[in-house]
Design a protein around this ligand. Structure first.
Ligand SMILES: [Zn+2]
Length: 666
C-alpha cells in the first residue's frame, strides 16, 4: 500500500471494505489475546497497537471526509460504523483479559522495556483504572450505574437549556430596534418571515441575543431580554418546567460518588489526575493570584464605562443590561478601525510566505509542495516537511470554505509517527480552515482573525509533525495532557501579534505596503480593551467550577450560594440577584470542562510565558531558542509530563508576568 491515502480515487465501497476488514481483524485480535498465555509486549501490545492503527486510519479517513466533503453515501457509511466503533472501544476498556495482560507486563517485563513503551503501559493501566475495571464486581456495577445516570443527567441538562432558550421569542417593530445594525435587522426579519409573520423576531440564541444587548438603544428591551436570558432553565422561567437546579445537585453528587469509588478525594482530584495541573489547591492559588492582579484593571474598566455612560446619556446607574451596550459604544469611540481596511494587508499568499519563513527561522524546516500526495478536492495542497534535507512528515492544507465542509478550523492527524513494532511511518497532518476563496485572479484576503487561526492550527500541526517519539500512542499530540495541549497552538498565535513578524506577513493588496504601525497599535489597543473585566469573568467561572468539584458538599451546600461567594470575593460587577447563570453553564454540567474550566487561562499562561522568551529575538538567537523549544517541548509527545517539558525549556515553573503583559494588565 502506498504511503498516502488514495484520496483522489477512494470509493465508498473501498472505504467500507477497509473498515469492515479492520473491525474484523481488531475483534479477532482481541479474541486471540484472551487465549494468549504469555503476557509480553510482543505478544500483546504489538498486535493490539497494529490493529488499532489500521482501524484508526480508516475511521479517521471516514471522519475526515465527512467533515470536508460530506455526501449522503458517506453519511450512511458513517452512521453504519459509528456504533460499532464506539462499542469496540468501550469493550476494549472493559476487557479483563487485556487488563490482566497489561498488568502482568507491568509486573514482569516492564523494566526491560524502552522508556516509551513503559509510558504506554503506564497510560494503559491508568485508563483501565479510570474505566472502573479494577473495582470489585459490586463496585463495577455501581460504577456503570453512575456513568449511565451521569450521561442521562447531562443530556437532560442540555435539553433543558435548549428548550428554555427556544421557548422565548418576541416580535418587535422596526422602531423598537433603533441602533441595531442592518445585517442583524435582516436576520430578525428573516426569522419572522420563516414563520410567515410580519416584522422582526428576536430570540435568546446568541446571534439574535447579542446584537440587541450590544446595539439596541431601547433600554427596556435590553432589560427584558437580559432577564429572560439569565433566568433560563431556572425556577424563574417557564414556571420551572426546565429548571436545572436539582439536576445540578444530582450531577455533583454522582460525580463525587464516582471519584470516591475510584479512590479519589473528590471529583476535582479525579479530573486533574491526567492533567498537567497537580492539585485543586495549586489551581485555585493560580486563579486567585491572577484575580488579584486583574482586579484593579477591571475596576478601572468599570469606572471608565460608568463615566462614559454618564457623559453620553446622563446615566446615573449602569445596570447589567447596559454593560455590553456602552462597552460596544466606548470601544467604537476609542479604537474604531475598519476590519475591511485591515484585511487588505493580508493576502493569503503573502501570509503563507511569511509563515513558512518564520517556521524556517524557528525550526529550520521548509515546506515544499508535493504533487504526489493525493487530494480530496482541487483546493487542497499537500506539502512535504523537510529538515536537514530529510522529509520528516507531510501536511495537507484545505483552506477555503465550500459546501459540504464543516465550519470552523482544525488540525487533525492523518497518520501518527510510528517507528515502533517494526513499522516505519512519518506523521501526516491535515489543516482545515474556512477562509474566503479567491475570486478569479485576485488572491484571497484574510481577516486578522483568520491569520491568528492559521497560526494557531499550524502550532497544533507542528506539535504533531515535529515529534521525535517512535510509538504512535504517545507521539505528537497523542496523550498530551488536556490542559496543556493548547500551549503550542497559542504560542504560535502570539507571533501573529508581533509587529516584527507582521511586517513579514503583510502586503497591502493595492499599494504593497506593510501594515502601518499606527493601525497595528489600534488593533492591539482594541484587543486589550476591557481585558481586566474579561479576565475576571473567566476567573469567576473557573473558580466556581473548581470549588464546586472539590470543597462543595452536594448534599448540604447550595451552588448559587457558592457562586455568590466567589463573586463577592473577586468580581467588580455583581449581577442582579435573579441571575441564574449556573443553570445554563453547559461547559461544566453537560460538556467536558468539569473541574477543567481553568484550562483556558492555564494554557494561556504557559503559551505567553514561553513566547516571552522569543519576543524581540532574531537571527541565531532565535534559531537556538527554536531548536531548544523543539527539543524540550514539541518533540516530546507525551513521553514526559508537560510540566517537565516546560521546566526543561524555561528553567523554572510557569509564572504570570508574561500573561499580564500580553493581556495589557501591567
Ligand atoms: Zn487549538
Amino acid at each position: 500500500m502506498s504511503y498516502f491515502i488514495p484520496f483522489n480515487d477512494l470509493t465508498i465501497e473501498q472505504l467500507e471494505n477497509n473498515l469492515t476488514t479492520a473491525i474484523k481483524d481488531m475483534n479477532d485480535c482481541v479474541s486471540n489475546l484472551a487465549e494468549e498465555s504469555t503476557s509480553s509486549w510482543d505478544n500483546i501490545m504489538q498486535p493490539l497497537q497494529h490493529h488499532l492503527l489500521v482501524l484508526n486510519r480508516w475511521w479517521g479517513v471516514t471522519e475526515h471526509l465527512q467533515s470536508v466533503k460530506d455526501s449522503p453515501e458517506l453519511r450512511v457509511l458513517h452512521e453504519k460504523f459509528q456504533p460499532q466503533i464506539t462499542e469496540l472501544y468501550v469493550n476494549l476498556g472493559q476487557n479483563k483479559a487485556l487488563y490482566r495482560h497489561v498488568q502482568a507486563i507491568k509486573d514482569n517485563e516492564y523494566s526491560h522495556l524502552s522508556p516509551e513503551r513503559q509510558k504506554v503501559i503506564d497510560n494503559e493501566l491508568r485508563d483501565f483504572r479510570l474505566s472502573g475495571i479494577t473495582l470489585s464486581d459490586a463496585g463495577q456495577q455501581q460504577f456503570k450505574q453512575i456513568q449511565t445516570e451521569l450521561s442521562e443527567l447531562s443530556t437532560k441538562f442540555e435539553h433543558n437549556v435548549l428548550d428554555a432558550t427556544d421557548s422565548y421569542s418576541r416580535y418587535v417593530s422596526l422602531d423598537e430596534l433603533a441602533g441595531v445594525p442592518a445585517d442583524s435587522l435582516n436576520f430578525y426579519q428573516s426569522l419572522a418571515e420563516a414563520e410567515g409573520k410580519e416584522g422582526y423576531k428576536i430570540s435568546l440564541h446568541m446571534p439574535s441575543y447579542l446584537p440587541i444587548m450590544q446595539y439596541a438603544d431601547n433600554r427596556a428591551l435590553r432589560q427584558e431580554l437580559y432577564y429572560a436570558y439569565v433566568t433560563r432553565a431556572s425556577e424563574l422561567s417557564n414556571d420551572g418546567k426546565f429548571n436545572n437546579a436539582s439536576l445540578i445537585q444530582d450531577i455533583l453528587r454522582l460525580r463525587n460518588d464516582k471519584a470516591k469509588l475510584l479512590g479519589f478525594t473528590d471529583y476535582a482530584e479525579l479530573s486533574l489526575f491526567n492533567k498537567m495541573a497537580e492539585s485543586s489547591s495549586q489551581v485555585l492559588e493560580f486563579l486567585y493570584q491572577l484575580a488579584n492582579k486583574a482586579r484593579p484593571f477591571a475596576e478601572n474598566d468599570m469606572l471608565e464605562l460608568r463615566k462614559f455612560a454618564k457623559d453620553s446619556d446622563g446615566l446615573d446607574e449602569l445596570m447589567a443590561w447596559d454593560i455590553p451596550y456602552y462597552s460596544e459604544k466606548l470601544q467604537q469611540h476609542k479604537y474604531s478601525y475598519s476590519s475591511n481596511e485591515l484585511k487588505q494587508y493580508f493576502p493569503l499568499p503573502k501570509v503563507f510566505t511569511g509563515l513558512f519563513a518564520l517556521l524556517n527561522e524557528l525550526f529550520a524546516i521548509s515546506l515544499q509542495v508535493n504533487p504526489e500526495m493525493p487530494v480530496w478536492h482541487p483546493d487542497v495542497t499537500g506539502y512535504s516537511v523537510i529538515q536537514n534535507d530529510n522529509i520528516i512528515g507531510y501536511i495537507y492544507f484545505d483552506l477555503y470554505a465550500r459546501s459540504g465542509k464543516q465550519p470552523g478550523a482544525w488540525m487533525n492527524s492523518a497518520a501518527d509517527r510510528n517507528f515502533d513494532n517494526g513499522e516505519s511511518r512519518l506523521p501526516i497532518a491535515y489543516i482545515v480552515c474556512n477562509f474566503t476563496a479567491p475570486v478569479q485572479d485576485k488572491a484571497s484576503l484574510l481577516t486578522f482573525d483568520d491569520v491568528q487561526t492559521l497560526f494557531h492550527e499550524m502550532g497544533h500541526g507542528l506539535h504533531h509533525l515535529l515529534t521525535r517519539i517512535n510509538n504512535p500512542a504517545i507521539a505528537g499530540i497523542n496523550g498530551v495532557e488536556w490542559d496543556a495541549v493548547e500551549l503550542p497552538s497559542q504560542f504560535m498565535e502570539y507571533f501573529a501579534w508581533n509587529y516584527q513578524i507582521l511586517q513579514t506577513i503583510t502586503e497591502h493588496s493595492q499599494s504593497g505596503a506593510v501594515l502601518p504601525l499606527e493601525l497595528f497599535n489600534k488593533v492591539l489597543a482594541s484587543r486589550h480593551y476591557q481585558s481586566g473585566l474579561m479576565t475576571l469573568r473567566q476567573l469567576e467561572f473557573a473558580i466556581f467550577d473548581l470549588r464546586l468539584h472539590s470543597e462543595f458538599n452536594p448534599l448540604t451546600d447550595n451552588y448559587l450560594q457558592l457562586l455568590n461567594e466567589v463573586r463577592q470575593q473577586i468580581a467588580v460587577v455583581i449581577p442582579p440577584a435573579y441571575n441564574r447563570f449556573a443553570n445554563s453553564f453547559g461547559h461544566i454540567f453537560a460538556g467536558g470542562y468539569a473541574a477543567g474550566y481553568y484550562s483556558y487561562k492555564w494554557a494561556e499562561v504557559l503559551a505567553c510565558d514561553v513566547f516571552s522568551i522569543f519576543d524581540g529575538k532574531s537571527g541565531s538567537e532565535l534559531r537556538q531558542l527554536g531548536a531548544k523549544y523543539h527539543q524540550e517541548i514539541l518533540s516530546q509527545g507525551s513521553l514526559r509530563s508537560m510540566m517537565t517539558n516546560f521546566t526543561a525549556f524555561m528553567g523554572r515553573e510557569p509564572e504570570l508576568d508574561a500573561l499580564l503583559k500580553y493581556s495589557g494588565l501591567n
